[in-house]
Design a binder for this molecule. Structure first.
Ligand SMILES: [Mn+2]
Length: 424
């Protein structure tokens, strides 16, 4: 963790400017009928989960270029996640990936308690083979033609639930790579029937207060067809399984130009939006940093979420899921957590009464201008003030760099090989 005097010294130096910016923004929002304190309080309570695998350098199927001080195990990863939350106060939970992070529950719990983090959704892995595994997932897992392979995948998912139940998790996220690479290779209908049958077995093992999140992805690793390829198939799964099954929307898992915010609205309308994986993309599922390509789309997604906030039962899970190939993962995740918070704050600023009026009057221009007014507002002083008051850093990246954390862990954690592809 970062020494508190490093944070307070940097905050002291930046405080006068922040106060001036915050007061100016407060006055501006006051003219718009918005109480800045209310926005700050909502932002301060907002948190996004960090994926344990995100603190390691990612890679592509061509290469991986690891950075210094790569985490060696889940305990190193939790240390890095602790730094992200310490400085941003926006990432209070970590999502584990099994079997990569498998450790005794008591050890995971004591480490999480030591650094002040909680555990978010569990993630199963049936898209690669483990050394001790009896049946290969080369041709699929939950939808495999072989019953024993399907059973192995079901058992693995149930083991994820059992570990998760001991560490305070309340959800299992399933993403499978099952699909095909050639027309005719798989029977679409039979393959999906096998998937549903296996998923029902996993669902049957779910505790009552848990959610099963299924994640769709258009393509990769199967490049001709994928079993859970889009939100339509995902919704069918959630409807078939039951009330505890909901859809997870990964922003990178759609065709280019797809209207993701509208998919979000549809899933909300029918009570089937379970959660998000935030990231950004330019062409395909390239897992770029959240908000780095299309922050307006992120804002539009949050605009739908803010509208749904009035329903007290609406509580989707929020997680970052992106691959860091050329940056320090801690820096990327800190910036991304802040970008998600920013989109939320901007969406809170939209005058929804005025927006409804313009929609009813078919005034397209004023409706879109009203919506965009939220996006155009620089909310950085609100975010920074929320961080400061929660004990974080006004400028997390600057404090992180000044702390020397990366050099310190690089001295303790041996360099790792760059061979092999990373998780993407
Ligand atoms: Mn994802």
């Amino acid at each position: 963790m970062i020494q508190s005097d490093i944070i307070s010294k940097a905050n002291d130096a930046a405080l006068a400017k922040l106060k001036a910016d915050y007061d100016a923004l407060g006055e501006h929002l006051d003219w718009r009928g918005i109480d800045i304190t209310r926005i700050k309080e909502k932002v301060a309570q907002y948190g996004v989960a960090v994926p344990s695998w995100g603190v390691g350098t990612g890679g592509t199927r061509f290469a991986r270029f690891p950075g210094a001080g790569e985490p060696r195990n889940i305990f190193d990863k939790l240390d890095d996640c602790g730094v992200i939350h310490q400085l941003t106060c926006a990432a209070p939970s970590v999502s584990l990936h099994i079997p990569w992070d498998t450790q005794p529950a008591s050890d995971l719990n004591s480490k999480a308690e030591e650094i002040g983090l909680r555990f978010d959704a569990m993630n199963s892995n049936t898209f690669q083979d483990q050394p001790d595994q009896e049946h290969s997932y080369k041709f699929g897992s939950l939808a495999h033609v072989d019953a024993a392979t399907r059973q192995q995948a079901v058992d693995h998912n149930i083991a994820c639930i059992e570990l998760g139940a001991q560490i305070g998790s309340k959800a299992l996220t399933i993403w499978v790579g099952d699909g095909s690479n050639f027309p005719g290779q798989a029977n679409f209908t039979k393959q999906f029937e096998r998937y549903l049958d296996a998923a029902k077995q996993v669902y049957g093992a779910l505790p009552n207060d848990w959610t099963l999140l299924t994640e769709h992805k258009m393509y990769e690793p199967a490049f001709y067809s994928t079993v859970v390829q889009d939100w339509g198939t995902n919704l069918l799964i959630a409807q078939q399984l039951g009330d505890k099954a909901k859809c997870l929307v990964d922003l990178g898992h759609h065709a280019p130009n797809v209207n993701i915010e509208m998919i979000v609205a549809r899933l909300i309308q029918f009570g089937k939006l379970g959660g998000f994986h935030f990231n950004d993309s330019k062409y395909g599922d390239d897992d770029l940093d959240t908000g780095s390509i299309d922050p307006y789309r992120l804002f539009l997604v949050f605009s739908e979420l803010v509208e749904a906030e009035a329903n007290p039962d609406f509580n989707p899970m929020h997680m970052l899921d992106q691959s860091h190939n050329v940056t320090d993962p801690i820096e990327s995740l800190m910036v991304s957590a802040t970008e998600v918070q920013r989109a939320y704050a901007q969406a809170l600023l939209v005058d929804r009464t005025a927006l409804v009026g313009f929609q009813e009057d078919n005034d397209a221009l004023m409706a879109t201008t009203t919506l965009k007014h939220g996006f155009r507002t620089d909310v950085e002083p609100v975010l920074a003030m929320a961080r400061l008051e929660n004990g974080g850093a006004i400028d997390p990246v600057a404090v992180y760099r000044a702390s020397g954390y990366r050099a310190q862990v690089a001295a303790e954690r041996p360099a790792v090989s760059g061979a092999g592809g990373g998780i993407v």
